[in-house]
Design a protein around this ligand. Structure first.
Ligand SMILES: NC(=O)c1ccc[n+]([C@@H]2O[C@H](COP(=O)([O-])OP(=O)(O)OC[C@H]3O[C@@H](n4cnc5c(N)ncnc54)[C@H](OP(=O)(O)O)[C@@H]3O)[C@@H](O)[C@H]2O)c1
Length: 320
């Protein structure tokens, strides 16, 4: 039987991404029946999260995530830690990394799960990614001076979430699309189940991706591709379109930030992501793991199907 990371601790298991990772972890009883995982979860003392009962879930550690003693107890005997911690708590991973290395954890999957933070042209000017950089730099430092290794998953945008939350310019309530610049700039988007599956497969590929970012992408698409798919699957006629510039979006973001609305930081991400001529989709220059891990990489038809599924969820009232 191939050696693998058996004892897994997941942070943020009921979060937007974490719930998909937990599902994928529990599904390994079927996908990797001869390599059982012993799963532990870590949650904050004040969390109201409710966790499923499952024979593979061995422990739920509830405590203060800023307390090194609590973390050391939770991290003891873990082979791999998967951090799907909230974007609001990314910097808490620095203490977690330090404690994990001291506790003898073998691999730490840091909370990246977004744009290619190693693409300086694309992410240098985006404020939220400075925290990812800080955490990644700390991971490198900690791993250089211990036997722990780190990995991270780069997946582009979470397709379902960023589409339905109107982050990418599509407002489902008014069926209005704000198209930025040419609308032709290609970006990477991934289904959250694909991101989760990729993350979980790292547990079974012990010899791979130490000190590396793992690149996965379900689709490479532009805003106009999204609009075409939405128009194709909807039954209420074409979406209304408002043409904007990415400068307009950046300006809106700045005003929101001045008023203390942190959604302005999200505007900033998309103002750069959709800006013509700035950076390029990472599938053009990074090796994707899709084929190796059996993660589907869809063309236009599969993308339209994915959008049909998302629109169906919206219409059924499950994602409002
Ligand atoms: N690519 C994309 O489009 C995209 C979009 C969103 C997020 N992301 C990335 O995906 C990862 C997970 O993000 P997410 O949106 O899934 O996280 P989330 O749902 O906001 O939070 C995940 C969990 O983090 C824990 N947590 C710890 N400190 C917290 C705090 N101060 N505030 C709130 N929750 C806290 C909570 O778990 P307990 O209650 O159990 O403690 C929470 O359920 C992050 O790395 C994020 O940057 C990517």
């Amino acid at each position: 039987m191939a050696d693998y990371f058996k004892n897994v601790l997941l942070i943020g298991a009921t979060g937007d991404l974490g719930q998909h990772i937990l599902t994928a972890l529990l599904q390994t009883t079927t996908t990797h029946p001869s390599q059982p995982l012993i799963i532990s979860l870590l949650t904050r003392s004040n969390s109201t999260a409710k966790f499923p009962t499952h024979p593979s879930i061995a422990h739920i550690h509830k405590g203060d995530i800023k307390d090194a003693t609590f973390l050391a107890t939770a991290f003891k005997n873990q082979d791999i830690i998967i951090s799907a911690i909230s974007p609001y708590a990314l910097l808490d991973q620095k203490l977690m990394l330090t404690v994990a290395a001291e506790a003898g954890v073998k691999r730490f999957i840091v909370g990246e799960f977004g744009m290619d933070t190693r693409d300086e042209q694309l992410t240098d000017s985006i404020r939220v990614f400075q925290q990812n950089r800080e955490v990644l730099n700390h991971a490198v430092e900690v791993c250089n001076s211990s036997s722990m290794e780190y990995s991270g998953v780069i997946c582009g945008a979470f397709l379902e979430m960023t589409l339905l939350d109107a982050e990418m310019g599509f407002d489902f309530s008014s069926r209005t699309a704000q198209i930025y610049d040419s609308g032709e700039k290609k970006i990477e988007v991934s289904k959250m189940e694909d991101v989760a599956k990729t993350t979980v497969e790292i547990c079974f590929e012990k010899a791979k991706w130490a000190g590396e970012l793992v690149y996965v992408s379900s689709f490479t698409v532009s805003q106009r591709d999204m609009l075409a798919a939405l128009d194709k699957v909807g039954e209420n006629g074409p979406w209304k379109v408002v043409e904007r510039t990415t400068e307009w979006l950046q300006e809106r973001g700045n005003k929101r930030i001045e008023k203390g609305d942190m959604m302005g930081l999200v505007d900033e991400i998309w103002a750069v992501a959709f800006r013509d001529g700035v950076g390029e989709a990472f599938s053009k220059k990074r090796k994707l793991v899709n084929e190796e891990l059996g993660i589907p990489r869809g063309g236009n038809e599969a993308f339209v199907d994915a959008i049909r599924g998302i629109v169906g969820e919206w219409e059924a009232g499950r994602r409002k």
